[in-house]
Each structure stands twice: as structure tokens, then as C-alpha cells.
Design a protein around this ligand. Structure first.
Ligand code: 5GP
Length: 187
């Protein structure tokens, strides 16, 4: 039986990774898709585990060959989900989660209207701004750039099926579980 595709997005700084990992720990039968990227490997990351790391040339060839279900440029790097990877998981009876940014997520929805889009939102923009400023790691121009990117993402998220406000991690994990279980049962 063909399974469901869940697409999760959230701005950086909202704790999206923590929520998704919390869900996967409680629900090990769900798979997380492995994307392709042209960005450099971070310390501790592994090829074929965190991402498939491609050169820009390799990535562009795959775009030309129509291999991507979706792809997008983010912070000067290309990110994309291979169609074959998704089809293989779904046809093998696995519900699959994609953790991708909002431009790519809306491209998935255009091609697969049955995909369920879930946005993990910060409690408020003011709160996010406060968190960014308190880290003292970015200058004012960078903070402004990041906030305007978040505003754009929140605008795109209006087209999502669900929004979870991450004001408390444990309850965000439970909300995510509730949505995914309800949708997974509703094939
Ligand atoms: P990072 O470089 O921090 O791992 O990811 C940066 C951003 O790229 C995150 O918002 C992440 O959700 C997004 N991303 C990761 N994989 C994909 C993908 O396959 N497609 C798209 N559109 N975005 C992705």
C-alpha cells in the first residue's frame, strides 16, 4: 500500500530539529528523507546519513535530468529531494518525512496534493528577534536579513495544512504526533 508523505518546515532558531527528532524517537517506524545539498559537510555529518553531498555541477546535472521532486536555493547553496528516494520509501510501505524549507515544500504540494504540509512556527516574531539578539552572534544587518526571511516563510506557511507553534518542545512533539497519526490513518 502506498504510504503518506509529510513535509515539515520551520525557520532556523525555532527548534524544528528538536521537535522532529523527539517525534522520531517516539515513532521509529517513520523515515526521514535524506536530501542532496551542495553545502559543505559540517563536523560530525556523514554522506548518505545527513545528506548526499554533491558538487554544484553534479546537482545541476540532476536538475537537468529531472531527478528532483523539488529543489531550492537556500543561503547560497542548493538543496533538493530526489524523486526516486521518495518513491522507493513510499512504495516500500514507509511513511516518510521531508524536512525542507518552504519554497521546496510548496513545489512538493503542487506535484503531490496528498502530501501533508506542517509548519513549525516560533511563538512570535518578537520572541525570535529576542532570541537572535541574545545570542550576540550576528550583527544587526544579519539579524534583519534573518527576520525578513522568517516573515517570508510565515507568509508561505499560510498555504500549509497545519501550523504548530513551538512554545514548549514536549507539547509541540505531541501535537506533531497527533497530526501525523490522524493523517496517516486517513489514507
Ligand atoms: P541546513 O544547511 O541547516 O542543514 O539546512 C538549511 C535549510 O535547508 C533548512 O531550512 C532545511 O529545512 C532546508 N533543506 C534541507 N534539505 C532540503 C531539501 O531537500 N529541499 C529543500 N527545499 N530544502 C531543504
Amino acid at each position: 500500500m502506498k504510504k503518506k508523505l509529510f513535509v515539515l518546515s520551520g525557520s532556523s532558531g525555532v527548534g524544528k530539529g528538536t521537535v522532529i527528532n523527539g517525534f522520531l524517537k517516539r515513532n521509529p517506524n517513520y523515515s526521514l528523507s535524506i536530501s542532496c545539498t551542495t553545502r559543505d559537510k559540517r563536523p560530525g555529518e556523514q554522506d548518505g546519513v545527513n545528506y548526499f553531498y554533491l558538487t554544484r555541477d553534479e546537482f545541476e546535472k540532476s536538475i537537468k535530468n529531472g531527478e528532483f521532486l523539488e529543489w531550492a536555493e537556500f543561503a547560497q547553496n542548493l538543496y533538493g529531494t530526489k524523486r526516486a528516494f521518495v518513491d522507493k520509501c513510499l512504495n516500500n510501505g514507509k511513511d516518510l518525512i521531508l524536512e525542507i524549507e518552504t519554497v521546496g515544500a510548496l513545489k512538493v504540494k503542487e506535484q503531490m496534493p496528498e502530501a501533508v504540509l506542517i509548519f513549525i512556527a516560533p511563538p512570535s516574531l518578537e520572541e525570535l528577534e529576542h532570541r537572535l539578539r541574545n545570542r550576540h552572534t550576528e550583527d544587526e544587518a544579519t539579524i534583519q536579513k534573518r527576520l525578513s526571511a522568517v516573515r517570508e516563510e510565515i507568509e508561505r506557511a499560510k498555504k500549509y495544512d497545519y501550523t504548530i507553534v513551538n512554545d514548549e518542545v514536549d507539547s509541540a512533539i505531541l501535537k506533531l504526533e497527533e497530526i501525523i497519526k490522524k493523517e496517516a490513518a486517513n489514507v
